[in-house]
Design a protein around this ligand. Structure first.
Ligand SMILES: *Cc1c(COP(=O)(O)O)cnc(C)c1O
Length: 457
């Protein structure tokens, strides 16, 4: 399987895609203000914008759709879902939400008060926004390695314990919890190690501070632990997930990633009183605790998807597919973060556009060129990181710029990866002709979703 990338499934339904001709692509790009967020799906040939909610469902999941018990209260789908999540996480309380950020809203709203500090390895963009929304301050305890694409460390997602120690010593009274994200999307989808989770636990225990895990891609993370960390090769991914979560007080998950569904998520915690507070917020923002903002059939579909997401034949294929695209890019001389991790391939845009300075937006240039050359959609953006400078004892806002080729789960074949690499080959040959872009519009909150650009010259 590793050599051929033959998937552990066959295809039962197909969805046609179309490549608009070059003239159309030019017009579409111009009208979209060169933003991937303004292009219609029908105008895209291969969509690598995100791995979120874009998975292909299995026949078992589609069958589960028909098993909806659409009762407002106490649907049997809820109890099945609760059982599966309990089994996976080991936490007693299971609170369904319609997606990951809704889980963040419910959990963070129950834990954060204004002035609090929330340290983490690096916070995802909606995570950061929800912390700020509750009056908290996110801090990213990542090391200098984040900015180094060439650094071949197997666990680039790790939280830096030296930085955590410093922050705990200075601010422990204002820290309600520590958040660990695995895989760490900001750190190029590299995992966190079990050792790092344990070390975080030991430090947190000194001050009696709980740990929560943002588990959107935690199955991929734990599969990578199995591959890369000594002592785990003979454990099942399910066992590794349980062990990792045993060092935490709870977790939340957008099941749109490793849960292999198009919509859905949950919060799962051990503490009864916290669960009750979450459920009260849930009623306000999502729905009654036995459906949480979803149709009941969606809970059934998630229960199936979560189990399929843990299947190791699937995970082996998935992680290898990501790795394969990374290898194809590397062969073209494109600098990618290695070893590759979970959600997709992360590219250093300066390796393709060495002549473009930061202000000339090489990440926008890459999107425009990939779309123009082959109808491929992906995205590049600067990611804000609240970095702790240990020498100066200050937290400074930095940014980390990358382009992400996110790979939807179970939806694309090896040939699609080869097509994307062929387009990348044409882009790298012509990249010198691109003179860069300037911003026309960039609003304050989550600006990259709404921005518009224009080419320079
Ligand atoms: C996707 C994601 C979220 C938010 O989940 P949504 O389902 O998109 O709302 C939170 N954290 C991480 C790490 C994610 O990848």
């Amino acid at each position: 399987m590793r050599e051929t990338l033959a998937p552990p499934f066959r295809i039962k339904a197909v969805e046609y895609v179309r490549l608009p001709d070059r003239g159309e692509r030019e017009r579409i790009l111009r009208e979209a203000g060169y933003s991937p967020f303004r292009i219609r799906s029908e105008e895209v040939y291969i969509d690598l914008l995100t791995d979120s909610g874009t998975a292909a469902m299995s026949d078992e999941q589609w069958a589960a759709m028909m098993r909806g018990d659409e009762a407002y209260v106490g649907s049997r789908n809820y109890y099945r879902f609760e059982g599966v999540v309990r089994e996976i996480t080991g936490f007693e309380h299971v609170i369904p939400t319609h997606q990951g950020r809704a889980a963040e809203n419910v959990l963070f709203g129950s834990l954060i008060k204004p002035g609090d500090i929330i340290p983490g390895n690096t916070h995802f963009d909606t995570t950061r926004a929800h912390i700020v929304d509750k009056g908290g301050r996110p801090i990213d305890l990542i090391g200098e390695w984040l900015w180094d694409f060439e650094h071949e460390y197997p666990f680039k997602g790790n939280l830096d314990p030296a930085r955590l120690e410093y922050i705990l010593k200075e601010h422990h009274e204002r820290i309600p919890f520590i958040l660990l994200t695995g895989v760490n999307n900001v750190a190029c989808s590299s995992p966190i190690s079990m050792e790092n989770i344990k070390e975080t636990r030991e430090l947190a225990e000194r001050y009696d501070i709980p740990i929560y895990i943002d588990a959107c891609r935690f199955f991929e993370n734990c599969y990578l632990i199995k591959l890369r960390e000594s002592g785990y090769h003979n454990k099942s991914v399910a066992e590794i997930v349980r062990e990792a979560l045993s060092y935490a007080d709870g977790c939340y998950m957008s099941c749109k990633k490793d849960g292999l569904v198009n919509i859905g998520g949950f919060v799962s915690v051990g503490d009864e009183e916290l669960a009750q507070r979450c459920r009260e917020r849930l009623v306000l923002y999502e729905g009654f605790p036995t459906y949480g903002g979803l149709a009941r059939r969606d809970l059934e579909v998630m229960a199936v998807g979560l189990m399929e997401g843990l299947d190791e034949r699937y995970l082996e294929w998935r992680i290898r597919q990501v790795e394969y695209l990374g290898e194809l890019f590397s062969r073209l001389g494109v600098r990618v973060s290695r070893p590759t991790g979970g959600s997709g391939v992360f590219v250093d845009v300066y390796s393709i556009y060495p002549h473009l300075t930061d202000e000339k937006l090489p990440e926008v240039a890459l999107f425009a060129d990939m779309y123009l050359e082959g109808g491929v959609r992906m995205v590049g953006a600067p990611f804000p990181v609240d970095f702790v400078d240990l020498e100066r004892g200050e937290v400074e806002r930095r940014s980390f710029k990358f382009a992400r080729f996110a790979i939807p789960r179970r939806a694309l074949t090896k040939a699609h990866m080869e097509y994307v690499a062929a387009v990348m080959g044409r882009v790298t040959e012509r990249s010198r002709l691109n003179k860069g872009f300037r911003v026309v519009y960039w609003p304050e909150i989550l600006g990259h979703f709404f921005a518009r650009f224009e080419p320079i010259g």
